[in-house]
Design a protein around this ligand. Structure first.
Ligand code: F6R
Length: 248
């Protein structure tokens, strides 16, 4: 474990993806009780932790109900209700249904997306999220808070960068189908969760992890905001920690 001077984010480095998943599951479960709300990220990084929590619940080594509600970190705008790529559908499929969590998120088809973003931000604040699970973009993004996002930004409508659209195009039939806008929890909203658990795997995340942990707390790396949170963790494998020779 390395803890950079002056930063509160703790960096837990594990040998492989299974150990990362186990450690992240420990941190998430420790923060939860059967009535709490958890913040859930989509993407590949948290999947191992989600699977591990489901496995423990089924094995009887975690409480049968780990939380009551799951709050989406972000949601695309404009996808039809029930679209398999909407983040509500993804989170239900990958974790919430197995854990019996009620899924709450912004309405991606709201007639007034700005008002919906504001409403959702208020709902998340009132939910007092016990633990927010996060991934990190190669450019340090958190949710859809791309570099340049204010560290105290609110939940809002954002235009997706072309890099992010291209990264996400693998889930769609074509790039043209990837939505251009989304509602994301703002960095200020994310920071209200009592605990933050960010999971990163693989060498391609190493620069972002380094900037988040050791760089200045600056909108250029949105994930650097974790340094200001009193109970935040980055759980990574050796490759994402930038250890030479790892993950090759
Ligand atoms: C997910 C999200 C994104 C991802 C990030 C990392 O809801 O908002 O910020 O967490 O892009 O994605 P993966 O884990 O697929 O590398």
């Amino acid at each position: 474990m390395t803890q950079p001077l002056g930063a509160t984010a703790r960096h837990l480095v594990r040998d492989d993806a299974d150990q990362v998943a186990a450690t992240a599951a420990d941190l998430i479960l420790e923060a939860c009780d059967d009535e709490c709300s958890v913040g859930l990220a989509t993407g590949s990084s948290p999947l191992g932790a989600y699977d591990e929590i489901v496995r423990r619940v089924r094995a009887g080594t975690a409480p049968r109900r780990v939380a009551r509600r799951g709050y989406l970190l972000d949601e695309y705008l404009g996808l039809p209700v029930g679209d398999r790529n909407s983040y509500a559908s993804v989170i239900r499929r990958e974790v919430a249904d197995a854990l019996g969590l009620e899924v709450r998120g912004p309405d991606g088809q709201a007639a007034d997306p700005d008002a919906e973003a504001e409403r959702y931000g208020r709902e998340v604040a009132e939910a007092r999220v016990a633990v927010q699970v996060l991934g990190i973009g190669r450019n340090g993004h958190l949710g859809f808070n791309e570099p340049g996002s204010a560290l105290d930004s609110r939940t809002r409508v954002v235009r997706l960068t072309e890099t992010t659209r291209r990264d996400n195009a693998r889930f769609f039939d074509s790039l043209a189908e990837v939505p251009t806008h989304a509602i994301t929890q703002g960095l200020g909203t994310i920071m209200q969760a009592r605990r933050l658990v960010l999971i990163a795997l693989g060498e391609r995340k190493a620069d972002a992890v380094r900037a988040a942990l050791h760089g200045p707390v600056d909108p250029a790396c949105p994930a650097s905001v974790l340094q200001r949170h009193p109970d935040s963790y980055l759980v990574t494998d050796r490759a994402a920690a930038g250890e030479p020779g790892a993950d090759r």
